[in-house]
Write a protein of this length. Structure first.
Length: 255
């Protein structure tokens, strides 16, 4: 079996969980809190998680520059049986696994041999969930950097259910905020209906005219979106429902 290829001469910064290259150095993986990893200078990342006997869990990789293989490992170091399901791209992996007992287990991510490398361009996000949906806002953008109060901004977004169960209908709401941290307490501009999404199904909001109210004071703001802002869909993760706000300047009407 071939070893991962190392690429040198390019910058690559270790992820924040290093060193985690063996079971004894594994960092805690918490249900519903994705982790960003890479293979800058090591050929595996180990994570430790807690499981309850008889409960089924899901693991996935998303936002992948690198191609990571996932394996569930027992306390004795043995690879445990898990069911692989397809991701949205060739480099994304999804596993479901039922815990044979309660306790601590490991998840090991390693480059897919011989297709992947160790070094730059090997970033990926690991998710850990249960048999619920997980709506993620994969992208959200506004075409305009400036807008007049009372005018419109063209917005668009992509929402995907990367969880392990279908998601019921919800909505995607655009907000105007004083900072880049968009919350549902910011000023709502527009809500778009998001229909029910099967596992790995995607909703696209194509260019939509989003109004900026006439009474918004002139100044510098941020515009951003949240999917499922009222939590009417029961998800195992909420941290990926929001995209960072983008700067936008609101101008006063002249004359």
């Amino acid at each position: 079996m071939s070893a991962p290829v190392a690429i040198t001469g390019l910058d690559c910064t270790n992820d924040s969980f290093e060193a985690d290259n063996q079971a004894s150095a594994a960092k805690l993986l918490t249900l519903g809190l994705p982790q960003r990893h890479n293979f800058c200078n090591a050929s595996s990342d180990w994570m430790r998680f807690e499981a309850v006997a008889g409960k089924t869990y899901g693991f996935n990789t998303t936002q992948t520059d690198g191609w990571a293989n996932l394996h569930v490992i027992g306390a004795d170091g043995a690879i445990l049986p898990a069911t692989a399901t397809g991701g949205s791209t060739l480099t994304e992996q999804r596993l479901t696994w039922t815990a044979p007992a309660s306790g601590s287990f490991y998840l090991r991510a390693s480059p897919a041999v011989p297709m992947s490398t160790v070094g730059p361009g090997t970033d990926f996000v690991v998710g850990f969930g249960d048999m619920r949906p997980d709506l993620t806002l994969r992208s959200a953008g506004a075409d305009d950097a400036q807008v007049y109060a009372g005018g419109i901004v063209n917005t668009g977004a992509e929402v995907r259910n990367i969880g392990f169960a279908p998601a019921g209908p919800t909505r995607l709401t655009w907000y105007l905020s004083n900072d880049a941290d968009i919350t549902n307490t910011d000023r709502a501009l527009l809500s778009v209906d998001v229909g029910a999404l099967d596992v790995m199904q995607t909703f696209y909001q194509f260019a939509t005219s989003t109004p900026v109210p006439l009474d918004v004071p002139t100044g510098n703001y941020f515009i951003g979106a949240i999917v499922n802002p009222d939590a009417n869909v029961d998800e195992y993760a909420r941290v990926n429902n929001t995209a960072p706000g983008r700067p936008i300047q609101v101008l006063a009407l002249s004359g």
